[in-house]
Write a protein that binds this ligand. Sequence first.
Ligand code: ATP
Ligand code: MG
Length: 168
Amino acid sequence: MKLNSPNRIDMKSLELVSHSPEQTQKIGVRIGELATPGDIFLLVGGLGTGKTCLTQGIAWGLNIREYALSPSFVVVRELYGRLPLYHIDLYRLDHIEEIIELGLDDYLYGGGVCVVEWAEKGLSVLPIEHLLIEISYLSDTERSFQLKPSGQRYLKIVAQLKASSLNS
Ligand SMILES: Nc1ncnc2c1ncn2[C@@H]1O[C@H](COP(=O)(O)OP(=O)(O)OP(=O)(O)O)[C@@H](O)[C@H]1O
Ligand SMILES: [Mg+2]
């Protein structure tokens, strides 16, 4: 797959530029393939930047056949594949207390894979070790994905992504 040459933000981080929703899904598929139990992927970016599109790819990478639609009126959707995927969307929550009251710990510390849309709303109560994925709108069809690992587990997955064909 051709992605724009990724630029290293620093030694640990990785930037990938996607030119289409399909390329974004392919990035997600690779992340899903590399995912292991307990992984936390925190998605940050404005409205319509491609968080759900990336999550769809992650779901496919976990051999989930259902669509990873935006959870809409539920905050968490559970999808089952090679591992469970807990697709969490904090969009409608405005206060940190509301997020605490949800009791997300069973998901966050439960052996599945958690993808959190609008993670910026809950950073202070989400696990310290995670892969932060900051998505920026570049143009109608282009998005930048900045992958920023916190913790050894996520340094490893970023290294694996750097070594994968996404980089060519
Ligand atoms: N390179 C790209 N990657 C991802 N989406 C893209 C890209 N180019 C265009 N798009 C379009 O951007 C939109 C992204 O929608 P998506 O629902 O994934 O965003 P979101 O970040 O989850 O939005 P929300 O904030 O509402 O949850 C889609 O309409 C998609 O077709
Ligand atoms: Mg969404």
